[in-house]
Design a protein around this ligand. Sequence first.
Ligand SMILES: Cc1cc2nc3c(=O)[nH]c(=O)nc-3n(C[C@H](O)[C@H](O)[C@H](O)COP(=O)(O)O)c2cc1C
Length: 153
Amino acid sequence: MSTVKKILIVHHSKTGNTKNLTSAVIRGAQKVNAEIRSLSALKASSKDVLWCDGLILGTPENFGYMSGAMKHFLDEIYYDCLDKVTGLPYAIYVKAGTDGTGTVINIEKILSGLSLKKINEPVLIVGEMGDAALSQCEELGHLMAAGLEASIF
Ligand SMILES: Cc1cc2nc3c(=O)[nH]c(=O)nc-3n(C[C@H](O)[C@H](O)[C@H](O)COP(=O)(O)O)c2cc1C
């Protein structure tokens, strides 16, 4: 008997763009019977990470890097989770005005330090947000939930 998979979505948004992307990720994940916990990067803890079967992180790019809130989350969980989350599937989505690469590189560096397993290339949304951006995030959420359900990841 397969158990319902648990997905943790940790996010931060200052002006609402990443928040809209987060809603799309949740919509996608809800297409599958999964338990979804969506938490602000200022509220999520290592307990939440140790609880989940799959982790999705969403942040804007601020000053060439992930938001301070997302960095705070990763700082907080790092040593609690080290050696306990090896192979945990993850995906990220980033909203940037003009760039986003610094954010992607640096989040991936930290997650690779934790030995997490990337399930998809990062979704990087640059500039104006349209339906295509929301669709990409919806697909990302769906991919995580469907892949976990099918035990692909
Ligand atoms: C303080 C600040 C710094 C930013 N720095 C960058 C940056 O370095 N590179 C970039 O591409 N966009 C940058 N932006 C643009 C944001 O990434 C963009 O507006 C994004 O959509 C904000 O997401 P949010 O609405 O979820 O807060 C910056 C925005 C702010 C407010």
